[in-house]
Design a protein around this ligand. Structure first.
Ligand SMILES: [Zn+2]
Length: 464
């Protein structure tokens, strides 16, 4: 086989790997490359292969950095199946339409700015309409269901415990009289994440291709983060304040809602009003709730014994409409508001921050990594003044950063993953990781006995 590393090679964005076997082409992932505007536009628009020449595609999970360029793939002529789990198909559909909407809004904003500068208008990378075309190509397969994406390749998906429906991809390849197993980890989750099963470890691959996003770091157990979250909610409510949480719509929001559900039903928190205020978060939560069979045993028990859904409880309100969202501003009683975007750069969260930031009774809780130059990062860095909608605001609310939240395996978990493959795997290929994460992880892999460790550059290819 030959594999081309067209994205998420020595970086974590724009996952895309093209495999050629038996004269056919199989694409793994089609993520959106996110970086500087002009470069991103160019990279996402232009594929390094003709999309119509690809015979089949497999998608590991719905996150935009893995799925977000599918609308362009289809727009540019791809007509084959997109194999993925039923939950990922549903989540990706919701997320891609939202992403198309964001691309359109973005293009309108830039076009207006350009007009002021006498520069030409810009086109959106793709529209919500383009995104809506992708759903027809999804070919859902359950975990462990065998399928034949291309000639001579038998495949199945295994639960990677990262977000709902996320999978690692196993390919049993027969080519030129040789049979071997290639396993791609997708994004690897963590043990004991709420709602989700623990990641399934690889089974006897000859070649393991794995992510190494946090190959350099170990992290607190998820329970520690949940406890810290409960504590800040408790003390804020006790002093009569509101808790404002910028959170990613898919994954983190559901984790927080489920955690609050558990804490309240165990009597560790009082019955308080909780609002999830983001159309995408609401849609994603609906998808989560339609796949209870994907939940881990603990969540299924909680649902059965508590006789209530995992992501619904008395006092919890999902908000879609702008009017309902604005009405929250008038409310004075203690409450929790979970809203997107996760880095507070856009979306309704900015209104909630603007309305609540200068009251010392309130708390702003940061529950994910914040990229530099974002409002979320400025808050996490405890800037005394921040700008929201171009206006300065003094930060008087308590700002709490909880580091233990993550849907990604840490170094120890990644090492366990690689170790499970070791008896048979001769080659390990590291992808989806920056050098500062990959290099320390590579050293660990050598310690446990790997000799052939590859760390391909962007646009490299390999014959295996
Ligand atoms: Zn992911």
């Amino acid at each position: 086989m030959r594999i081309f590393f067209n994205g998420a090679a020595q970086t974590v964005t724009g996952s895309q790997y093209l495999i050629e076997v038996n004269g056919q082409r199989l694409l793994l992932e089609c993520g959106l490359f996110q970086g500087k505007r002009a470069e991103s536009f160019e990279r996402n628009q232009k594929f390094r292969f003709a999309p119509e020449t690809v015979d089949a595609m497999i998608l590991s999970h719905a996150h935009i950095d893995h799925s977000g360029n599918l609308p362009n793939l289809v727009k540019n002529g791809y007509r084959g199946p997109i194999f993925t789990t039923p939950a990922t198909a549903r989540l990706a559909d919701v997320m891609l339409r939202d992403s198309g909407h964001i691309q359109e809004q973005d293009a309108i904003f830039i076009t207006k700015r350009n007009a002021r500068r006498g520069e030409p208008p810009v086109e959106p990378l793709y529209t919500a309409d383009d995104a809506a075309q992708v759903v027809d190509f999804f070919s859902p397969v359950n975990y462990y269901e065998t399928f034949i994406p291309i000639k001579g390749v038998s495949a199945y998906l295994a639960d990677s415990g990262h977000i709902l429906g996320a999978a690692s991809i196993v390919l049993d390849i027969e080519e030129k009289g040789r049979a071997y197993r290639f396993c791609f980890s997708g994004d690897i989750g963590r043990n004991n994440l709420p709602l989700l099963n623990d990641p399934v470890l690889p089974v006897e691959p000859d070649i393991l291709m794995m992510e190494c996003t946090y190959g350099d770091k170990n992290r607190d157990e998820p329970e520690v983060a949940h406890h810290e979250f409960g504590e800040v909610v408790k003390r804020t409510i006790e002093r009569g304040g509101k808790v404002i949480v910028p959170a990613f719509s898919v994954g983190r929001t559901q984790e927080l809602v489920y955690t609050l559900n558990q804490l309240i039903s165990a009597g560790k928190l009082p019955h308080i009003p909780v609002y999830v205020d983001s159309p995408l978060s609401v849609q994603a939560s609906n998808v989560f709730q339609s796949f209870p069979e994907y939940f881990d045993e603990e969540a299924r028990k909680f649902v059965v014994n508590g006789k209530h859904p995992a992501l619904n409880f008395d006092g919890l309100t999902y908000i879609q409409s702008v009017d309902e969202s604005k009405a929250l501003n008038e409310r004075r009683e203690p409450m929790v508001i979970i809203s997107a975007s996760g880095m507070a750069e856009n979306g309704r969260i900015r209104h909630h921050l603007a309305n609540n930031i200068n009251d010392p009774r309130n708390a702003i809780v940061i529950v994910s990594w914040q990229s530099p130059e974002t409002l979320g990062r400025r808050l996490a860095d405890h800037n005394r003044w921040v700008y929201i909608f171009g206006e300065p605001y003094e930060v008087k609310a308590e700002v709490v950063t909880i580091n233990g939240f993550s849907a990604h395996a840490d170094q120890a978990m990644l090492l366990n993953y690689a170790k499970a493959a070791l008896p048979k795997a001769k080659t390990v290929i590291l992808v989806h990781g920056e050098e500062r994460a990959a290099k320390p992880f590579e050293a660990k892999l050598r310690e446990i006995g790997y000799e052939d460790i590859r760390y391909p550059q962007l646009f490299d290819f390999m014959d295996l």
